[in-house]
Write a protein that binds this ligand. Sequence first.
Ligand SMILES: Cc1cc2nc3c(=O)[nH]c(=O)nc-3n(C[C@H](O)[C@H](O)[C@H](O)COP(=O)(O)O)c2cc1C
Length: 332
Amino acid sequence: MSDALHTPVCDVLGCTYPVVLAGMGGVARSELVAAVTKAGGFGFLGMVREPPALIEAEVARVREVTGRPFGVNIIPAATDSSLLDAEITTCLALSVSAMTLFWDVQPAVVRRLKDAGVIVVYQIGSLDDAKRAEDAGTDILIAQGREAGGHVRGNEPRNRLVTDVVAAVSLPVLAAGGIVSGRDLAEALSLGAQGVVVGTAFMATHEAFAHDYHKQRLIEARDGDTLLTTDFHINWPEGAMVRVLNNSVTRGLRGDPKSGSREAIGDEEGRTIYLFSTDSPLRSMTGDFEAMALYAGEGVGRLQSIVSAEERMRSIVDEATAILTAGSGPER
Ligand SMILES: Cc1cc2nc3c(=O)[nH]c(=O)nc-3n(C[C@H](O)[C@H](O)[C@H](O)COP(=O)(O)O)c2cc1C
C-alpha cells in the first residue's frame, strides 16, 4: 500500500487509493465496479434511469465478489420523478454506502440520502454549484472540468475549477475530466484535491460494459478527436453538452439533430435506440454503433491499449507514487 497517496477521503469512502471510478451510465456495471474496488479504488455503479430490479441485481453481484464498500450513481435531472423515487428507495433498502449525484443541485435529494446515513458525493461543474451542494449537506465534491467525457456540466478547465473549489469550500474535492495517468493524479493532489475520478480510462478496460466497438475507438483516438456537442440529446434536459469522439453525427452527415424525427439505429434487448439519443454502445446492444454517442474525455489520446481495470489502477497508482515520493511536483 502506498501511504504517499493516502488522503482523508480514502477513510471516508473506505478505499485504499484516492482513485474513484466514475458512475458511467451503462458502462460502469458490476464487473467493472468490483474490479476497481478490489484493486483498491472506489467504484460507482452507473445506474442512471435504470429500474430498481437492475440496481438490486448489480449491487448483489458486486457484493458476491468483494466485501469492500462501493456506491451508486443516479442523475435526478435526467430521471422521471417516480423512477427516481424508486431508485433511491431501492438504494436505501440495500444500504448502499455512498451515492453520487450529478447535474443541477437538488437539495431535497441530498437531504433524503443524508437522513438515511448515505455518504453523498455531488459532481459539479462550477463554483456556484459547489457552494449549493455544500449548503445542501453534501459530503464530497467532484469538480468536473470541461475535459470530461460524457455529459459536461460546466465550462471550466479542470485545474482552474479544482483550485477555485478547494479554496472556496471546506469539503474534500475530487478532480474529474481527462485523467488517465499517475501524473494527472499527482497534479490533482498538488492542487489540493484529495483524489481523482476516472471515467474514460476505466471504460477502456476488459471489465467495462461498453461495447468492444466503443473501446476500440477509444484506443484508436488521438488528441483532439473529442468535441463538446448538444447533438446527442434524447432523454436529457435540453442544451446538455456531451464530450464525444467525432463521428458522422457530429460531422453533420446524419441530418439535423433538432428536427424531432426519430430514426431507429439500434436495439438493446427489445428497447429501440434512436439516432441522437444519449445511449452509448454497450455489450447488450446491436446496431449502427458509429452513429451513437461515443463518449470520451480529452485524455483519450493517451490511452494505448485495453487492459484490465487492475492494470489501469496499478499504472496510475505506481506512477503517482513514484512522482510524489521523488518529491518532484508534476511537470507543467
Ligand atoms: C461513457 C460515460 C458515461 C458517463 N455517464 C455518467 C453518468 O451516468 N453519471 C454521471 O454522473 N457521470 C457520467 N459520466 C461523466 C463522469 O462522471 C466523469 O465526469 C467523466 O467520466 C470524467 O472524465 P473522463 O471520462 O475524461 O475521465 C460519464 C462519462 C462517460 C465517459
